[in-house]
Design a protein around this ligand. Sequence first.
Ligand code: ARG
Length: 459
Amino acid sequence: MAIWSNNYHQPMTNSAFQFNQSITIDDRLLTADLKGSIAHAKMLGAQSILDKNEAATLVQELEKMLSQYQKGTLEIDYSEEDIHSFIEAELIRRLGKIGKKVHTGRSRNDQVAIALKIYTLEEILELKKLILKVIKALCEKAQEHLHTVMPAYTHLQRAQAVTYGHYLMAYVEMMRRDVGRLLDLEKRIQEGMPLGSGALATSTFPLDREYMADELGFTSPSLNSIDGVSDRDYSIEMLGVLSTIVMHLSRYAEETILWTSQEFQFIQLADSYSTGSSIMPQKKNADVHELIRGKTGRVYGDLMNVMIIMKGLPLAYNKDMQEEKEALFDAIDTVKLILSLIPGALEASKINQDRMYQAANEGFLNATDCADYLTSKGLPFREAYQITGNILAYCHEQEKTLETLNLAEYQKYSDLFTSDIYEVIDLTNCVYRRRVMGGPAPERVQEHIDCVTKWLNQL
Ligand code: ARG
């Protein structure tokens, strides 16, 4: 049953109605709409726009609907156009004439805008919790691997030695910035409470928008009613943050996929987070991580979708904006799902420390240390670099490593070499001697973990 009739035309045909409806998508805004409606009804009473008792009745019934929904006893009528129309129709069904007053001084345009903002704020909290769990899991694993030497890469070529702990903490920093981005967005959303914008030009009723902002935990009402109902920046920003989160996770997933391959063998995935092949019995596939990588495309698609919907859209509200919700919800669901899988998968994976060390030990990862050694003995770095390059060429020729060259061979290249070179090029020392802030030395990584732990505790 539609609550407003089109007085001039026939009712919509079924196919047009189905095309036009959004209740199958926006039913998840039910609690957010109820909260917005409650604030609106309270304000109508407080401002004596409605009789105080009537306003109280509206508030009471809306609160009842909220608790019924939470108990699972509120049945949504999917023949309504959207969740906002359903809530008003349900109120009218329950309260009759009084129910018909809830929409005083309000439009579905500002009703949708406030519901979507409330929903987005709630999802920001959920996402934050999930990211913090991932950060904790990363820190715990890093703590176990402060001394696990592994190669780090540039251009996917073995570059320098670090520890697995140091590597994991790189992801912690990415995800801490993600939390920061969510908090920035939260603040910006809270600064613009749109209810009271009406259809686009507010109302002739003396609506108290500050009151509603307070009720809903916003810091202030939005300052322009046209913008209030036509702004979807927050959806785009949310999709931007989600895209960045999932971009980080896709890099993590990609490395996991590489590292579990026969070629790397750094990590062994738990059976509980991988699949077998239907034909090749020897295989264990990183399906979960491949899907994390794959679903990243879908989240970017959601962002593009909304950017394109909003492009060139005239002010104020246009029905195009209804489409934006599906993309936003899809991205939120996808990223939450991915985030919830990571701590378990990380915890259950086995690290092949010997293989990591061995890989770091092949490929002259201590070459920079050899050059630095000469530099610290007074040679300009560029010359030290050149000499080390010549030594490496000799090693290749002789099938030797920096560790297996004897001192006489070193001294053919520079008389600055003495027997302490062996200590300097020792792989573990290469890591331990990088004690600069932010570096891989275990005490620096430990400080980083401690700093993040403190940050987690004060959030
Ligand atoms: N379902 C619509 C949406 O989500 C509700 C807004 C309707 N407003 C309007 N003027 N038709 O965008």
